[in-house]
Design a protein. Structure first.
Length: 158
């Protein structure tokens, strides 16, 4: 079970609440001088010293299947060309960080951080879309090194 603040637990278990859960989105990568930070809110938000710009985006959470790695869909409204311009500048897939905070206490993380790699970016005049995937540990070679005469000559000495 994820530890939540008292305010978050009260908001979840209350029949009615004034609390609002906000998702923070940070896009960083090679080619970006500073991370792009957005909040799915109608007003900008400062959380832990970082300003998150109010920007509409949607996240579709994955189903919980055991036979496939979790993938999250991200859609960002293409209000201005800054997102598309940033995507074009990237030389490698960017890292996407998602965090959840309460609007009343934005410096307290309620969930996250969740780090993803952005894959398969598509955009048009209305939306920028992509798939967020966890790092693919299943495709990593194991062990990381191979024991060959070049690296480990002592193992092959006669």
């Amino acid at each position: 079970m994820r530890p939540l603040s008292l305010a978050a637990r009260q908001a979840i278990f209350s029949q009615e609440t004034d609390e609002v859960f906000l998702v923070l989105l940070a896009i960083s990568g090679i080619g970006l001088a500073t991370p792009l930070r957005f909040v799915n809110n109608s007003a900008d938000l400062v959380s832990r010293g970082n300003t998150y710009l109010a920007y509409p985006f949607r996240i579709s959470l994955p189903d919980e299947r055991e036979d496939s790695p979790a993938q999250v869909s991200l859609s960002i409204d293409n209000i201005d060309q800054s997102i598309v311009t940033a995507v074009r500048l990237l030389t490698q897939p960017p890292t996407i960080r998602l965090e959840v905070v309460l609007a009343s206490s934005p410096d307290t993380l309620e969930a996250g951080p969740f780090d993803f790699a952005l894959r398969g970016v598509e955009y048009d005049a209305m939306l920028v879309r992509g798939t967020l995937a966890f790092e693919d540990f299943l495709s990593e070679s194991y062990p990381a090194d191979s024991f060959d005469p070049t690296r480990y000559a002592g193992l092959f000495a006669a």
